[in-house]
Design a protein around this ligand. Structure first.
Ligand code: ADP
Length: 665
């Protein structure tokens, strides 16, 4: 086994590889650009070498610099991760020339699979089914157009050297062909330096099912079952799962054997993924082979209990495969959701910014978070906007999906727009729960996933309103305790003589403003709110505990999660996620905005210590609670003599800015 390896990558995958290497007693070397001086992967590695400026072409993609870093540090092998140099045949060759082991397949294999056309020719020869199409030498527009006619529309044009969905165009009729062809060529040329295209039958609603394979140098090959990656946006994966829903053992065996055959046809070595399109009638077609570790490999690890990076390292160092086919089995079900800095409402446009607050859900046997960023890090324009991979496992699909939704609602990110609400909507949507996945899933279920129907919005307004009212009440209570607790001017109920307390205000839900008048009825523990939305009104009461709202609306009680971030609130319910904010109101807007109360968290942070016990009488200026935010500790003291009745958070709990920390009277 190697003593020292270099990881020619950054972010979560570099951290992921370092973790396994460390466990195996292998020293690690990181490489970094100027933008990554303080990055997590650099901090985690035993050694790190600076390799250039932020743009990848000036650092992570410069093969010679990576080789120099190996020579300088004495690393015996290079793990390329995914992306960057991972499928670069020239880099694999350069490693060999310098007596450095490339943790991946040999140059020739990368070359043949790097061309979608060459790959298809090899697979056809090996009798692995491929999508009907033309992937030949003659690159004239006329030849490709002729082939499209023979195949029958709709067809799909793909860049021969392509990847990442670039250079791909669906052509629905001959009339669209010329324009689509020209634009696919342009995109292919600018992305891959070659405008060669292939054309194939476009399957309207296939599933993307891929098989993980492993081969060693000693002639052994196995498949580690499948992953379903059908749910995609812009032909790119968003949520992956293993095993594929509804996969029969027989089809799994057939596809798995075809995948192994595909790998053996090219004398494969190491970890690889054979991607198939699975049609509705159960027929499957080879699409391409990725000659590296995939982003979504953790779901395979969760259902097999194996560490795929460990397998890669063992095979690259010349060992035989740790297990044979009949020693492998599937346990339970796993999902991976990719948490991206992007805006689903604007065609998933990548977002940038500073991660001003970052609190992933707690990791345990069921929840795993693979990430390469820390609070305070920048999501820059230079690199992939993926913030983390959230991976969950449970005994079956249904339970794993509940874990996924819960973990998503516990993910706290401020400072950049993310796809968390969108993922949550996906994970809680009926067709996804039913396993009805295919590559057109997002388009087909737009209404469900973006919650843009009017009824969806309106039904959540009373919850949003109740939350704002209770939050205002907390803030007001905190403020009151800071001066005269008994002054009516500090009371949160819109205090009036001889009339029911009324609040008027508007809530903005998904960009639309709604008037939501509220009447306060009764007092003390019997106090309720009559919340009106249009002509309908409901009676609501509830309680706020940290991020949890315990609501009772017309007798229907439930617990929902509401997370404040960046001036907005996200409400997570079984029906999906919804964002709202306060438009203008006498709802106690001031209290919310100013955070005037003493025991209100000044910003997002973590509770460090409780300095007194709940139920303790404290004196003015006595220190009560310590919280940490932006790497600094803040001690909050009693504003007057009083009683600490209850703490709403415990040491270690994350706290959102503006949250009331304790009950003080
Ligand atoms: P890339 O290498 O650019 O990611 P792929 O060939 O892997 O491109 O295809 C990406 C996605 O495009 C697939 O996962 C699938 O959703 C869709 N796709 C590819 N080929 C077809 C086809 N023939 N019919 C329908 N969808 C396809």
């Amino acid at each position: 086994m190697f003593k020292k390896i270099l990881i020619a990558n950054r972010g979560e995958i570099a951290c992921r590889v370092i973790r396994t290497a460390r466990r195996m007693g292998i020293n690690t070397v990181a490489v970094y650009s100027d933008a990554d001086r303080d990055a997590l992967h650099v901090a985690m590695a035993d050694e790190a070498v600076h390799i250039g400026a932020p743009p990848p072409r000036e650092s992570y993609l410069v093969a010679e610099r990576v080789i120099d870093a190996c020579v300088q540090t004495g690393a015996e092998a290079v793990h390329p991760g995914y992306g960057f140099l991972s499928e670069n045949a020239g880099f694999s060759r350069l490693c060999k020339e310098n007596d450095i082991v490339f943790i991946g397949p040999p140059e020739a294999v990368i070359c043949s699979m790097g061309s979608k056309s060459a790959a298809k020719n090899i697979m056809t020869a090996a009798e692995v089914p491929v999508v009907p199409g033309y992937h030949g030498e003659d690159q004239s527009d006329a030849r490709i157009k002729g082939a499209a006619g023979e195949i029958g529309y709709p067809v799909l044009l793909k860049a021969v050297a392509g990847g990442g969905g670039k250079g791909m165009r669906v052509v629905r009729s001959v009339a669209e062909f010329d324009e689509a062809c020209a634009s696919a060529r342009r995109e292919a040329a600018s992305s891959f330096g070659s405008d060669d295209l292939l054309v194939e039958k476009y399957l309207p609603r296939p599933r993307h099912v891929e098989f993980q394979v492993f081969c060693d140098r000693h002639g052994h090959a196995v498949y580690l079952f499948e992953r379903d990656c059908s749910v995609q946006r812009r032909h790119q994966k968003v949520i992956e799962e293993a095993p594929a829903p509804g996969m029969s053992p027989e089809l799994r065996r057939q596809m798995g054997q075809a995948a192994v055959k595909a790998a053996q046809a090219i004398d494969y070595e190491g970890a690889g993924t054979v991607e198939f399109l699975l049609d509705q009638d159960g027929s499957f077609y080879f699409m391409e082979m990725n000659t590296r570790l995939q982003v979504e490999h953790p779901v395979t690890e969760m259902i097999t209990g194996l560490d795929l990076v460990e397998w890669q390292l063992r095979i690259a160092s010349g060992e035989v495969l740790p297990l044979l086919q009949d020693e492998l089995s599937i346990t339970g079900h796993a999902f991976e959701a990719r948490i991206y800095a992007e805006d689903p409402d604007h065609d998933f446009l990548p977002a940038t910014g500073t991660l001003s607050y970052l609190q992933p859900p707690e990791e345990n046997r069921h929840v795993r978070v693979d990430t390469g960023v820390l609070q305070g890090d920048e999501v820059s324009v230079y690199y992939d906007p993926m913030i983390a991979k959230l991976i969950v496992w449970d005994e079956n699909r249904e339970r794993a999906l509940v874990r996924l939704a819960t973990a998503l609602s516990e993910y706290r990110i401020s400072g950049v727009t993310t796809n968390i609400s969108f993922l949550y909507n996906l994970a809680t949507s009926k067709p996804f729960i039913a396993g009805e996945v295919d590559t057109a899933f997002i388009e087909t279920h737009r209404g469900l996933l973006f919650h843009d129907s009017e009824t969806d919005r309106v039904q959540d307004l009373p919850l949003a309103s109740l939350y704002l009212l209770l939050r205002m009440e907390q803030a007001a209570r905190a403020r009151a305790s800071s001066t005269d607790p008994w002054s009516p001017w500090n009371a949160s109920n819109a205090w009036r003589l001889n009339e029911a307390a009324r609040h008027s205000g508007a809530i903005v839900l998904n960009g639309t403003e709604y008037e939501v008048p509220v009447e306060e009825i009764g007092s003390g523990s019997k106090r309720r709110f009559r919340i009106s939305v249009g002509a309908k009104s409901v009676m609501a009461t509830g309680e706020l505990r940290g991020n949890e709202l315990y609501a009772d609306i017309d007798g229907y009680r439930r617990r929902v999660v509401v997370v404040p971030h960046d001036g907005l609130f996200t409400l997570f319910t079984e029906q999906g996620a919804m964002q709202f904010s306060l438009a203008q109101a006498d709802y106690g807007e001031e209290d919310l905005a100013s955070g005037a109360g003493v025991f209100i968290a000044p910003m997002n942070g973590v509770v460090v210590k409780l300095l007194v016990e709940a139920g303790t009488a404290v004196r003015k200026d006595q220190a009560v609670i310590v919280m940490e935010a932006m790497k600094m500790e803040h001690t909050l003291c009693a504003p007057a003599d009083g009683l600490v009745r209850e703490f709403y958070f415990q040491p270690g709990d994350p706290v959102d800015g503006g949250a009331l920390l304790l009950d003080f009277v």
